[in-house]
Design a protein around this ligand. Sequence first.
Ligand code: PMP
Length: 406
Amino acid sequence: LLTPHNANIRAQFPVLKQILDGYPLCYLDTAATSQKPQIVLDAMAQYYTNDNANVHRAAHQLSARATLSYEKVRDQLQHFLKAKHREEIIFTHGTTESINLVAFGLTAQLTAGDVILIDSAAHHANIVPWQELAKRTGAVIKPIPLDKHCRLDINAYQALLALKPKIVALCHISNALGTVNPVAQLVQLAKAQGAITLVDGAQAAAHLTLDMTDIDCDFYVFSGHKMYGPTGVGVLYGRFDVLDSLAPLLTGGEMIKRVSFEATEFGSLPNRLEAGTPPIAEVIGLGAAITFLQTELTGQVQAYEAELLNYLQCQLRALGEVHLYGAFDDNIGVVAFNLADEHHQDVGILLDQQGIAVRCGHHCAMPLMHSLNLKGCCRASIGIYTNKDDIDHFITALASVKDLLL
Ligand code: PMP
């Protein structure tokens, strides 16, 4: 059980070697942002040190090298996602921007009364852009209820699909609870009713092998920084014809074919949806993160992560006076809990004093917290580098917090 076979993986993350107030850093906040392996740090430093230039435009060698490195990452992502075409990969600044790009881009395709279904476990990033779209068009938002285990209620979902929604926005893995949606099945049901589907994969990209031919959604979005890559870069995958039908959110340089004061002709995908200078170093860093994941995220490591999460849940239960939230048996990456009736923030601060980083609050999922009748909770989340010592350290610290507060 829990053989620390990720020791060589962990050694690739320099940040984890630090000591905080005499305690080794115990980083259990990967769901907020992951740490970065040396290969990502090196790739970005290499670009700034040797190749720094703008992409696509200039005739000189540095720009050619930068463009090559940047466009290579699009090919990598096509392969990573098993997308049919490289033009189906759009670089954004993160999940939030990717969803905004889709929600804005679909404005002309909606009319008053159209229905938009949203997963009740969704992150605010997958709620607010749809609300804004509804305001612009008169469309109606309907949340998809969860069952008592906080899983999407499939019967309620099917009843809502009978309304023939125009858009169905789902999350792949809940960032607040770690529950996993059977997205391929949910997308298939939505498509049978003619809906456009978007899946928020922000929490999935670091843990699962992604296959767009299997999930078969119209849009899939995620952020580089949650999958061992840098902040400031995200991905929008879109099925070519649906992606091509989006109006651009940003207009300006790079996305045009011809400009005059009378009329502007937009360019083609992917440039049409990537106006302005893109986050070049970050895209290159993301490319290195994908190389890292493709090398290290083996089936064995995925099984190890599952075992570690299960160990964490069992240890929390064994501690007593701990409330756990959500389904437990197939969660990925995240455990949500409260210590008796103590305020989550107090618990978080006391844990921090022992070198432990957890997240406390509503986790950008206020509707979900509301349905659980909670103001917030603590969230411990794991990554590819987390080991059993981290969990034991965390549980020992939580036991001492319990002794102090209860
Ligand atoms: N969706 C989910 C499920 C998330 O976990 C997050 C980040 N917490 C986001 C969307 C937003 O991602 P970003 O802040 O990188 O745009």
